[in-house]
Design a protein around this ligand. Sequence first.
Ligand code: HEC
Length: 160
Amino acid sequence: MKEVVTPSQATPALTSQVLAVTAFLQDLGGTATVKGTDVEPVERFGCVSAGGGDPAEAAAPEAVGPPEEVFATFGCVGCHQIAVPVRTLGPPLHDVGARLSTSELYESILEPDATMAEGDPPYPPGLMGATLEGNGFYERMTAADYRALVEWLAGHGGLE
Ligand code: HEC
């Protein structure tokens, strides 16, 4: 017998990455190409279900909240300084908007090890991705959350 994998069986992490990529592509295009709410296209394809049930109830995941909240909720704050040029476990992000483009910011969050920040001594690989996978970041972030987070980071261009 052949197993048919429907979109609703897609893993939450995958769904979240689709949302992030959607947000990213919309950013690149300047104007949004997907109308309606951010989650509408995903709902339409039935990807958002948290496990069957009434499709009306399997509503879109709720946005985590403003970037400051995301930064605290998922422990970014434990590894990154956002206001001062101080290295902790990860690089300081007070000037990250001046160092990374929007697409690099998306990549640094979605694929932390794809391009490693340079540090002396070098930053440890794997740490950020494993932590964010472990604490549900990739499952809970909506497209709107990703976009707001990246915009917020891009706005950090150095010390005032
Ligand atoms: C467990 C520690 C840890 C956590 C939690 C963590 N990071 Fe990181 N992060 C790192 C390390 C280490 C690096 C450097 C290695 C690399 O480039 O992947 C990094 C790199 C980055 C970079 C690229 C910085 C540069 O200068 O190129 C960004 C942006 C970033 N993190 C954002 C975040 C955000 C946003 C969160 C929370 C959603 C987060 N990080 C959570 C450790 C962490």
